[in-house]
Every structure is written in structure tokens, then in C-alpha cells.
Design a protein. Structure first.
Ligand code: CLF
Ligand code: SF4
Length: 426
């Protein structure tokens, strides 16, 4: 849990019973799955970004970035073909012995790109029949593909179910593109919800372990979530994963308040009476590789991926928490200087280093934090974005109030700035 600062070192809690129908093989796979059990932490998963398209528009999603239902926004992935994904899998498998799971989690929706999803799974299973295959979907196309999911031997499926009330759903989804027809409002939410519920029930009845992701949107669905969890249990799902909204720039929800870890865990604890809860989700990227808390995707970049979005042109100053100007490798609170870069005409130019007083120097200096933050805001006031490995809730909110976006990522400075630039221009 080194990077996450997650709420529960155990990873999961609540009712942990397997459904009666769960085979020994499924239980064994689940014990090895890093997301489904705390014990799976030691194992690695590999996401293959083969699914760029999406068929709905969530109000918290900026299409330029990975699906925030199952991945961290702010990281733009390259796209792999099924053949490229299979090739990359064999290279990664050679280097990461404890690789147990291949997941398809965006950057769009796995089932909106079903041909690519299916082909990738078939090619990878040819090489490694025992690998655990995991899918993440918004669920719109589940009634059409659930049977094939079962036939493909996919053992674990995540469905994002944010509401079971079309009135609430209508506030979360801008539109649903159902087989070419654009639906809006409560009608859209109802079609999506009906398909999600039908799909989850079918999968659970046919031997697939389902995890239900729920994005907690304050003021929109937070009070409704216990009902969603109850429904998930009734349908036979295995666990729920309540995730905080990350208000992405350029979305309908961009100005909604953040959810604190405390609020999130209070809700998870409440729901753990109903069913097993996940506490260790990393909201990871669509091309994440490695253990949940040790992303190694950087080691396996540029293995045939095509850029997901084209760059646009605009001058932007970005502040980066970095020890040496090569990697984004410092937490916001630990940085005593920021490297400032200008993004101009598709070029990244180093401008200068700006010294600051460390925001976080230990518990004894906690009272000074407001005045330190005032100085930071003056020093970085002309920047559009601050990039760091992690940033706390307080400074993030203060920067946001000055219209400075924050991005948490561990990456090269160049990749990180490209990501921030694309978001800013979104
Ligand atoms: Fe990937 Fe998701 Fe499978 Fe895990 S992630 S498709 S279930 S293998 Fe895991 Fe990452 Fe959280 Fe997802 S930590 S975002 S829950
Ligand atoms: Fe974005 Fe994922 Fe929602 Fe599609 S399902 S709109 S990719 S968050």
C-alpha cells in the first residue's frame, strides 16, 4: 500500500463468502487475483489497452483519457491491437513471474470494442491457458455478449453500476448510444441500468465472479449507494468497489467536490454489512502492469502502442515535482523545488527551477500549512498544472480553487506533461 495510502491495509472487508456455485478452480483463481482478495496483493496484473471506443458518456469522463470507471484519469494510454497485446503479454510474462491476471479496462469500454477484446483474449489464452482473464465494462452491451464472455472462459468481470434509479442515473450520464440510437435523460439511464442488471445476473448465474464498481459522486448518488450495493448482492455479485469521483477537467462534474478518504471509508464500512468491500483499489491506468501498488508499465512502454490522442497547440506552464527533472518522482508535500516547463507548439521546454518551502516537514509544522500553501500558490500561480506522485486533499483543493489542475502520476516528465497538456486542452 506504499503509494495508495489506502484506507484498509487488509484490502477487503465484509462478507467474504463465495457463492455456493463457485468451483474450487474459481476460488483458487480468485485467491490469486490482486483486486479480488487482499492476499492477491503479491501477484501482478497486466492491463491491455485494446478498447478505445465507448458507447456512453459519463458526466465524469473526458473521452481523451482512460475510462475513469476502472482507471485513473490523467493518464493517456497508447492503444494496442490484439496481436500487439498478445506479443506484449509474452514479453511481460517473461519478466514478471507472478503475473496472474490479464485485464481489459479501457481506455473506453471493453464491450464497445468486443471484436478486439475477444481476439486479444483468444490470442493470449493460446499462449497461456491458465491466465486469469478479467474484464471491466459499463455493462450496456452485457445482454448481447454475456454468453460469449462465459464461453471465452472469462472468470472475473467488473461492471460499473452507479445507480439503480433512472432519476439519479439521468444526472450521471449525458447520453447512451444504444446500438446507434442516442438516448438521453431517464430513458438512457433506464436502458443502461436494465442491461447492467440483466447482465450481472446472467454472469453470476453462469459461473462468473462479478465485482461492481460504484463511483461515489457527492450530492448525486452518495446516499443511494447502499441500495445499489444491496441490489448487487441480490443479483449474485461477489463484491463492490466504491470509488471516489475524480473531477476531470472539461467534464460536467469538473467542479464537484472531492470525496475524502474518511467519507469514502465510512460509506464502504457501512456497506460492508451487506457485502464484501474493496478498500485497496488504485484506480489504475488502462495499461497498468505489475502489482497494484508497484506500477511497472513504464518498463514496458513503446511496445507497439499507437498514440491515443493527437496533441493540440497552446502554451501552458506546468510545475513538476521531480528530484532530477527526468522523472516525476516526488510527493507534492516533500518537494522543495518545482521544475517549470513550458509546453508550446508541441514542444516541451524547460524554463527554470523554483524553490519552495516544503509543504510537509512533519507533524510539528502542521499549523504552518496554510501560510506555506499561500507561498506555494504565489510561486506556482502562473502554472496551469502541478504534477506529482501524490498530493493530499487539502493542497489539491487549494490549487484547484486557483484553477491549477493537479495530476498524480509516476512517469517521465515528458509523458506526464503530455498527459497534462492534453487534459488542459480538453
Ligand atoms: Fe484490472 Fe479491474 Fe480486473 Fe483488477 S483493476 S480489470 S479488476 S485486473 Fe483493480 Fe485497478 Fe481497482 Fe480495477 S485496482 S482499478 S479494481
Ligand atoms: Fe468514459 Fe468509461 Fe464512462 Fe465510457 S464508461 S464514458 S470511457 S468513464
Amino acid at each position: 500500500m506504499a503509494l495508495s495510502g489506502g484506507g484498509c491495509s487488509g484490502g477487503c472487508s465484509g462478507k467474504t463468502d463465495y457463492p455456493e456455485w463457485a468451483s474450487e478452480e474459481l476460488k483458487k483463481k480468485t485467491e490469486e487475483h490482486p483486486c479480488y482478495t487482499a492476499d492477491g496483493h503479491k501477484n501482478a496484473r497486466m492491463h491491455i489497452p485494446v478498447a478505445p471506443k465507448c458507447n456512453i458518456q459519463c458526466n465524469y469522463c473526458n473521452r481523451l483519457y482512460d475510462c475513469v470507471n476502472e482507471s485513473r484519469p490523467g493518464v493517456t494510454s497508447g492503444i494496442l491491437t490484439p496481436e500487439g497485446a498478445a506479443k506484449k503479454y509474452s514479453m511481460v510474462k517473461e519478466k514478471i513471474e507472478n503475473l496472474k491476471v490479464v485485464g481489459i479496462a479501457g481506455p473506453g469500454d471493453a464491450l464497445a470494442n468486443f471484436e478486439e477484446t475477444k481476439k486479444s483474449i483468444e490470442l493470449i489464452k493460446e499462449q497461456d491457458p491458465d491466465v486469469i482473464i478479467c474484464l471491466s465494462t459499463n455493462g450496456l452491451m452485457l445482454p448481447d455478449y454475456a454468453e460469449e464472455i462465459v464461453a471465452l472462459g472469462i472468470s472475473h468481470v467488473t461492471v460499473t453500476l452507479n445507480s439503480i434509479d433512472p432519476k439519479i442515473g439521468a444526472k450521471i450520464y449525458e447520453f447512451v448510444n444504444y446500438k446507434g440510437e442516442i438516448l438521453k435523460g431517464e430513458k438512457a439511464a433506464k436502458v443502461l441500468q436494465d442491461n447492467q442488471l440483466k447482465g450481472i445476473e446472467y454472469l453470476a448465474k453462469n459461473g462468473v465472479l462479478c465485482k461492481i464498481n460504484i463511483v461515489m459522486v457527492k450530492g448525486v448518488n452518495e446516499h443511494h449507494i447502499p441500495e445499489v450495493v444491496k441490489k448487487a448482492r441480490e443479483l449474485g455479485a461477489f463484491m463492490t468497489n466504491i470509488m471516489p469521483l475524480i473531477p476531470a477537467s472539461g467534464t460536467v462534474f469538473e467542479n464537484l467536490p472531492l470525496t475524502s478518504k474518511k467519507e469514502l471509508n465510512e460509506l464502504r464500512n457501512k456497506c460492508s454489512i451487506t457485502m464484501k468491500q474493496m478498500y485497496h483499489c488504485q484506480q489504475c491506468r488502462a495499461d497498468a502492469i505489475g502489482q497494484l501498488t508497484q506500477d511497472r508499465s513504464l518498463e514496458f512502454r513503446d511496445m507497439g502502442e499507437k498514440p491515443f490522442v493527437e496533441r493540440e497547440k497552446r502554451d501552458v506552464l506546468v510545475a513538476v515535482a521531480s528530484k532530477d527533472g527526468k522523472l516525476i518522482d516526488q510527493h507534492f508535500g516533500q518537494a522543495d523545488k518545482f521544475h517549470i516547463y513550458k509546453y508550446s507548439n508541441n514542444e516541451i521546454k524547460f524554463v527554470e527551477k523554483r524553490d519552495i518551502e516544503k509543504y510537509c516537514t512533519g507533524i510539528e509544522s502542521c499549523d504552518d500549512k496554510d501560510s506555506k500553501m499561500d507561498k506555494v500558490l504565489k510561486t506556482l500561480g502562473d502554472c496551469k498544472a502541478v504534477l506529482s506522485v501524490r498530493i493530499g486533499y487539502g493542497p489539491k483543493e487549494m490549487l484547484r480553487s486557483k484553477n491549477i489542475q493537479t495530476y498524480e502520476l509516476y512517469d517521465t516528465v515528458e509523458n506526464g506533461i503530455n498527459t497534462a497538456f492534453q487534459k488542459i486542452n480538453g
